[in-house]
Design a protein around this ligand. Structure first.
Ligand code: NAP
Length: 321
């Protein structure tokens, strides 16, 4: 594993982290979830990304993760960076959604209880909530750090203007925004417009979620939709309609480059996202250990020629996604 400093902080993150959005809930196979966590950690993946609502049912990924850590890795807590988030719908009523002080503080208390952890390394506001002043949300983050419930804080999916406001608020209170979490992959290049520059200029790290575009940037959809795939999973967030013939054609063209580089499609997609210097880490998802192994193999070849990069750009530019 390679580690890199997160923004201006002294915290190093593995360049590939593991996310528990899918495949770690009560509906999933517990033994497989446990094997993935153990394998990841044994390969130097020290960072695990959770949220209050991951499951299903919501909360179950935190419960399973807490159990796995307690049973298998409790003596390694100081070698791990564990994050969680609040902001999406979690419980009924006006306080279980959004980013009010009430929601953030109640949610971190619940998440600590579910995981059995004493603190989170990173706690995020999961999304921008236009009904709550940015200052209110940020002060709640400052306070969870002051209370010892989180060591660092981050923000996710904030529009650039609100992100800048949030970063300034946090910096003025000596609780800098450690990290910005956003969707980034060959198929989602929006952060290249403003956010990557903004994070660099403000000393925050950037961590990409769904770097494989939920599996689209692997070879799994090249010949139809497999039963064992997120697009075929009623609990999954990838819809069958998103697997369009145009998109599959693009992945086929990209896959030719990957093969020439001696990589799988997934390996190349991850290496490509890591070419961007502002990217601190990628949070990958996996349904089993072999998928995770495939993702970690990306580390074997992270460099691209100018020719490869412009060929990839031309394939992506012509994409009708
Ligand atoms: N901040 C936010 O709002 C937010 C939003 C989304 C995600 N996240 C974080 O980002 C993490 C990763 O998101 P993601 O799961 O969408 O990431 P991803 O890495 O883009 O997609 C992972 C999925 O791709 C498929 N896959 C992975 N490796 C493969 C391989 N070698 N061959 C074939 N298929 C492969 C698997 O799906 P199947 O096998 O099931 O098809 C796997 O579950 C989440 O767990 C969460 O921690 C955060």
């Amino acid at each position: 594993m390679k580690y890199t400093f997160c923004g201006n902080s002294g915290l190093q993150l593995p360049i590939i982290s593991l996310g528990l959005w899918h495949n770690f809930g009560f509906v999933d196979d517990y033994d497989t979830s446990r094997e993935m966590i153990k394998y990841a950690f044994s390969e130097g993946v020290t960072h695990f990304d959770l949220a209050n609502n991951y499951g299903p049912p919501p909360g179950s990924a935190e419960i399973n993760f807490g159990k796995i850590i307690k049973e298998e890795l409790s003596s390694h807590r100081d070698e791990m960076i564990i994050s969680s988030k609040a902001g999406h719908l979690m419980w009924d009523g006006p306080y279980g959604d959004g980013s009010s002080r009430k929601s953030i503080i109640a949610s971190i208390n619940q998440s600590l209880k579910r995981t059995g952890l004493e603190y989170f390394d990173i706690f995020y506001t999961h999304r921008y909530d236009s009904d709550t002043p940015v200052e209110e949300t940020m002060q709640a983050l400052v306070d969870v750090v002051r209370q010892g419930k989180a060591l660092y804080v981050g923000i996710s999916k904030y529009p650039p203007k609100e992100a800048l406001k949030a970063m300034k608020y946090l910096k003025d209170r000596d609780v800098p925004c450690l990290i910005f979490q956003d969707k980034y992959s060959m198929f989602n290049r929006k952060p290249e417009e403003k956010i990557l520059k903004l994070t660099r200029e403000n000393g925050s790290g950037f961590i990409a979620f769904s770097p494989l575009a939920q599996g689209l940037l692997t070879d799994k959809y090249l010949n139809g939709i497999l039963k064992e795939s997120r697009a075929a999973n009623p609990n999954g967030f990838l819809r069958k309609e998103q697997v369009t013939p145009e998109l599959v054609e693009k992945v086929k063209a990209l896959n030719v480059i990957a093969i020439e580089r001696g990589q799988t499609m997934a390996e190349m997609a991850l290496a490509w996202a890591l070419r961007e210097v502002a990217v601190t880490s990628l949070i990958v998802g996996a349904r089993n250990v072999p998928q995770l192994q495939d993702s970690l193999n990306a580390l074997n070849n992270l460099s691209f020629t100018e020719e490869e990069l412009s060929l990839i750009d031309s394939i992506l530019d012509s994409a009708k996604l």
